[in-house]
Design a protein around this ligand. Sequence first.
Ligand SMILES: [Zn+2]
Length: 62
Amino acid sequence: MPLDLRVGDIVKLKKKHPCGGYHWEISRTGIDIGLRCLCCGRKVLVPRVKVERNIKLIIKKD
Ligand SMILES: [Zn+2]
């Protein structure tokens, strides 16, 4: 079952970004998920399946 990911949600990933951050804000959803690193502000586009495997925690927008 696909995870319920929405724009504005914050996800904590298992693997850390080279900058040292684990938290990302979702900026886009679809086949690819747009993520913005909350630590360095960098934006990436990652295939949804890859993101889902890497998620440790979802922090909902509200
Ligand atoms: Zn970063």
